[in-house]
Design a protein around this ligand. Sequence first.
Ligand code: S3P
Length: 438
Amino acid sequence: MQPRRFRPSGPLKGRIRVPGDKSISHRAIMLSALAVGESRISGLLEGEDVLATAAAMRAMGASVERIDEGQWRVHGVGAGALLQPRGPLDMGNSGTSTRLLMGLVASHPISASFVGDASLSQRPMGRVIEPLTRMGAQVSASEGGRLPLILRGASPAVPITYRLPVASAQVKSAVLLAGLNTPGITTVIEPVPTRDHSERMLKGFGADLDVTVEADGTRVIAIRGEAELRPQAIDVPGDPSSAAFFLVAALLVPGSDIVIENVGLNPTRAGLVTALRQMGGAIEAQNPREVGGEPVADLRVRHSALTGIDVDPAIAPSMIDEFPALFVAAALASGTTTTSGLDELRVKESDRLAVMATALAAAGARIDEREDGLVIEGTGGDPLPGTPDAIATHLDHRIAMSMAIAGLASRQGIEVDDTRPIATSFPVFEAMLDGLVA
Ligand code: S3P
């Protein structure tokens, strides 16, 4: 364990550039590894989760090499040509690696065993086992559909039409990736839109993928299998989920004025910016442009007096990873913030509703935990009292970073029990934070 006390700070000032988007980085490695020939990736996130994906693709035959910081070269094997890995694929803490790679293996004539850390081994895999089994894969999982598990792919796999029972980009992507090497057309029906990086990137690599949107907003995504992917040069935009912590920190700490450069603002990811603006946050998008087929801007963020809001559950999927940061903002706003429809937060790297409720309450915030959300009574801008003892982060990077930010806006600081998990998604977080408050 690596504990640290995050102390009250002066204003955050300066410009930062957050590392590459985690979701896009995983997909860039996977699709490059399935294209025939050499792809180049720049701005790749070099966090532990993405490195787990890189190691797995190497174990299945691709050459995945780091040339320089964020610069990677991948020689793909071609869809359909993944090799049988010799040992278990160690997914570490990464749900995205696990679920997407299960999809890839499902339509190859190989079997793979998936293992992970204590947090990942608690997370439900039934949601991908179910559709992948329908496509012909055979899975033998630990109790409750959990890791460790062994997945034997089908060759040929059977195309299916699958209506997502949960709003999950990981489940959608697992089925689409399985569909890449399945004869015929595999279709995913998505009643609630989730992040669409897989669709965008599959098209970019030349897959035959078609998205139609029905009158009620339901998205129907069809992919034609046995695709030949063409190698690409991919530029990964900055991760809005990493920018989230600095957005909230700058809004909360008086006198702050920062610019976060190159932040991905794909509408399926930008819900936090919308919610914070509704709360009164001064967030200005400068220099809007496109990077790697994704909308991007530099965000100027200044300290603002925030007011509590009812967060519309319809925008939840577009900020699903940002709720821990939003809860911190709400704890210092004036008035009440109500969140609902967040059952999915209970099956992330930790139970983020329970863990954030406990952590923020320990720091002196007024929190009411409901089945599907938190109701938070803000301090009206007064700092939180803070914690004498360490708060438990349960191997969850986003809990650690959210409570670090809360520490800046507290009287006695907040001690986080373990900062190591931050390296799964944002290895330079502490250095960047220390730089902004220096
Ligand atoms: C992700 C999808 C989301 C998100 C996760 C990354 C992805 O998970 O929470 O951090 O890259 O597809 P779900 O699909 O489980 O909602």
